[in-house]
Ligand binder design. Structure first.
Ligand SMILES: Cc1cc2nc3c(=O)[nH]c(=O)nc-3n(C[C@H](O)[C@H](O)[C@H](O)COP(=O)(O)OP(=O)(O)OC[C@H]3O[C@@H](n4cnc5c(N)ncnc54)[C@H](O)[C@@H]3O)c2cc1C
Length: 453
């Protein structure tokens, strides 16, 4: 049965910047209902966008036609504790998934820094964590099942249709609706997290060694300062510690409530951004804690922002960051959000930003309601100059014309897309720009198929 949630007249993404008014919002409660809905949409020549938990920054999901949510298709379909694999419904969110897997003594190999995303959405945009030995989350998908625009079900795996799997692993919802994913997992494990406050140049000088030594390594650079906070995570058998009230205070009070209030003040008085960033650098607390992996990766993000993230070849990362720092200082840009720097192992997924080699992922953020320009356009120029590829779930200004030169398997992805969706039923204006090059270059505050609030 499909529930037509007529009340959903307005849809907003997490940042609140993308607003859409789908004429139909469907929550299929079975694969058969989903198939029927897609057949129906095809028969009426309607565009369909599938939405996860709406945590992407660009208008990937926006449509004024049919929006499909897999909210009702969640949980584990099956688990094989011996082979350490589980078939998971794509509507499951990552937080829920961590708990479900833990009850079977299993865990994801890696996760990003929030766990609110749906599995389908996280894989759909190439969501990643950090660790130079660890790929984007999609590399943990050993098989995927999709329902295509014609309402047919297709399953691809490493043994059967490996090429389709390499396309489906990061597909932005442009090939069909992913219903189930067979995930390769690890026995449940604990991590020890160590936070340190360092000088930027000291951090960059030791970066090669640090990223190789730790299972997970990342750092946050505080703009207008020469300080960073590093975060290293390694396997441990320590009893969980430091994950109680102390962590709650640091994450909920300092990183969210206080940071939220300070951000509102910076929005009113942009001149405060630089001193606030320098103060945050001084206050960034050092410490060690340990816990089950699925409870440690994510932190709450209650302060809303806009984000751009690029993946540059790993050896270009330090120069890229130095140029970004010079740019912010030279232009005296009002920025108080730290810049995040992470590592991802190279892979061969067609549209993975880490396709073909290890990458450093560098992310810039701006508080909601503060101007993105000229910060984001300057940062994007620096990233592109270093051979960067954009994170699909974050803001960027690339189009098919530029993207096709960044991805060696671009044409292969397009071929698969045209085979599975010849009528372009899954393309909204934003995706038509990314995949077909339609539409002139738009100013950042304009979207395809949606209005920015
Ligand atoms: C606060 C915050 C923190 C973040 N942290 C990280 C991070 O640490 N690392 C990182 O890499 N990214 C991060 N992101 C980005 C985020 O992981 C991605 O944007 C992710 O795609 C969001 O998942 P979602 O379920 O909200 O998907 P949505 O944004 O709803 O959808 C994303 C894409 O996936 C497609 N999709 C969704 N479900 C399906 C399905 N079942 N079948 C086919 N296609 C589908 C959609 O059509 C769309 O194209 C963060 C975002 C926010 C807001």
């Amino acid at each position: 049965m499909t529930t037509e949630a007529a009340k959903v007249k307005t849809w907003r993404n997490w940042s609140g910047a993308v607003v859409a008014h789908p004429s139909g919002f469907l929550q299929p409660e079975s694969v058969d209902a989903l198939k029927a809905a897609l057949r129906d949409a095809s028969a009426q020549a309607r565009t369909v966008r599938v939405v996860g938990s709406g945590h992407s920054f660009p208008p990937l999901c926006a449509t004024d036609e049919t929006m499909v949510s897999l909210e009702a298709l969640r949980g584990l379909e099956s688990v094989d504790e011996r082979t350490r694999e589980a078939v998971v419904w794509a509507g499951t969110n990552l937080r829920e998934l961590g708990t479900l897997l833990a009850s079977h003594g299993l865990a994801m190999e890696n996760l990003g820094d929030i766990n609110k995303q749906s599995l389908g959405g996280a894989l759909g945009t190439g969501t990643h964590g950090t660790g130079v030995g660890l790929g984007i989350l999609s590399t943990q998908a050993a098989a995927m099942t999709l329902v295509t625009a014609s309402g047919d079900e297709v399953t691809c795996s490493e043994d059967a249709s490996p090429e389709l799997l390499q396309a489906a692993r990061v597909s932005l919802g442009a090939l069909g609706v992913v219903t189930r994913v067979r995930l390769r997992l690890l026995p449940a494990y604990r991590l020890r997290l160590t936070r340190r406050n360092l000088g930027l140049e000291e951090c960059l000088a030791g970066l090669h060694e640090a990223r190789a030594r730790h299972r997970h390594y990342e750092f946050f650079w505080f703009p207008h300062s020469d300080r960073v906070m590093t975060k290293a995570m390694d396997l441990t058998d320590e009893t969980p510690h430091g994950v109680g009230m102390g962590r709650w205070f640091s994450e909920m009070v300092m990183e969210n409530a206080v940071f939220g209030a300070v951000s509102r003040a910076c929005r009113m008085r942009p001149a405060w951004c630089a001193p606030v960033s320098r103060l945050s650098a001084k206050l960034a607390s050092e410490g060690v804690l340990a816990g089950e992996s699925h409870t440690l990766f994510a932190t709450p993000r209650l302060v809303r922002f806009q984000e751009m993230e690029y993946a540059v070849p790993v050896e270009r990362g330090p120069d890229c960051l130095r140029e970004l720092s010079e740019y912010i200082m030279r232009e005296q840009l009002p920025v108080h959000f730290p810049v995040e720097y992470r590592f991802v192992r190279g892979d061969d997924v067609f549209l993975s930003p880490a396709h073909g080699g290890d990458r450093a992922f560098i992310a810039v953020h701006q508080y909601r309601g503060m101007p993105l320009e000229p910060y984001f356009s300057g940062a994007e120029a620096i990233f592109r100059n270093h051979g960067g590829r954009p994170h699909w779930g974050k803001l960027h200004t690339q189009t098919a014309e530029t993207l096709k030169h960044l991805y060696p398997r671009w044409d292969d992805f397009q071929r698969v897309r045209e085979q599975l969706d010849p009528e372009g039923r899954f393309l909204n204006p934003y995706l038509r720009r990314l995949f077909l090059g339609e539409g002139a270059r738009r100013p950042r505050n304009e979207t395809g198929g949606a209005r920015l609030a």
